[in-house]
Every structure is written in C-alpha cells, then in structure tokens.
Design a protein around this ligand. Structure first.
Ligand code: SF4
Ligand code: SF4
Length: 172
C-alpha cells in the first residue's frame, strides 16, 4: 500500500509577503534591460527580416525538384524506391510505360505532400538515378489550402535542372 508523504511548504518571507520589494526588484530588471536595448542595440542578436534574410546552410534540405534528361524529359524511372524509403509515406507515383526498352517506365504523375513530409532526405538518398533532389535552397511557401501543399510533377520539374549523373537511369 502506498504511503503518503506530507511535505511542508516553506512560508514566504516578510519582504515577499509585502510584494513591494519584489515588484521593485522586477522593475529594476526590466528597466536595466530596457536601457540596454535602447542604448546598446548593436549587441542584440536581431535579424531585420524580411529585409535581411538568413542564408541557408549549404546542406539545407529545401523543396524537392525532379531532374531532367538532356532531352528535357523527366529523369525519374518510376522505380518507387523513393516512395518505399519515405518514412512519412508522402510520395505518390503513378508509373507509365515509356515505350523504350532501355528505360521502361516514367512517372505519369509524381506527387509529394509537403505537409506530411519531414524533410529527412531519404528519398534523395534512395534514388538510383539522381532524379530527385532537395537542393533548391527554398523552403515550402505557406498557403491557405492543403491542396497547394501537394507539389506535382509539373512544379517539381519547373524547379528541376538537368542531371549530369551517368549511372542509374541511363544517362543520355
Ligand atoms: S524528405 Fe523524407 S519525408 Fe519528405 S518526401 Fe523525402 S523521404 Fe519522404
Ligand atoms: S527513386 Fe528516383 S527514379 Fe525511382 S521513383 Fe523515386 S525519383 Fe523516380
């Protein structure tokens, strides 16, 4: 059977009971900070956003993009490795026949739900074709609708760039 321990609370000192000394102490702290902010603002670590934007680190994982082949077609071969590796299950691909015996498939649709994505970069790591990247240096823009946070193949390709990779996905 559990035993109950009764703890005595330390009572307030006379100064604390009067409140006024404590209020004065608080005012001193506030005034000191106010004077410091007004006359020593160069020491305050404040960024004048949006005029001054913070540069993202080189390895920042930004919005996704799909890379192209030299002929401008999508480099993705719809192998589903990225969607399989994705821990958030937010990549949805519909594969189609490319009509090419060397590269059988392409993504008819390729969609990423950015509200579900955790920006882990696993999709980029899993891709054998350098078809998906997260090196745009941009973060997803806010929006008023959930649907706008689902980026589709057209947008992913608009953000894209030609890939110079030659292994996997048969570089042209
Ligand atoms: S970054 Fe991670 S969570 Fe986002 S789509 Fe890629 S694998 Fe999925
Ligand atoms: S892993 Fe690469 S090639 Fe495979 S479906 Fe994903 S983006 Fe396309």
């Amino acid at each position: 059977m559990a035993t109950i321990q009764v703890k005595r609370r330390d009572g307030l000192s006379l100064a604390e009971k009067l409140y006024i000394p404590e209020v004065m102490r608080g005012m001193v702290v506030t005034t000191r900070q106010l004077v410091k902010n007004v006359f020593g603002h160069q020491d305050i670590a404040t960024r004048q956003y949006p005029e001054v934007k913070k540069a993202y680190p080189e390895r920042f994982r930004g919005r996704h993009r799909l890379t192209w082949r030299d002929d401008g077609s999508v480099r993705c071969v719809a192998c589903m490795l990225c969607s399989t590796a994705c821990p958030a299950n937010c990549i949805h691909i519909v594969a189609g026949d490319r009509g090419d015996e060397k590269i059988e498939k392409y993504p008819v649709s390729f969609e990423i739900d950015l509200l579900v994505c955790v920006y882990c970069g696993m999709c980029v790591e899993a891709c054998p074709c350098d078809a998906i990247r997260m090196d745009t240096g941009t973060h997803p823009m806010p929006s008023f609708s959930r649907d706008k946070q689902r980026i589709r193949k057209v947008q992913l390709l608009e953000e894209g760039l030609p890939s110079t990779a030659r292994q996997g996905g048969l570089g042209t």
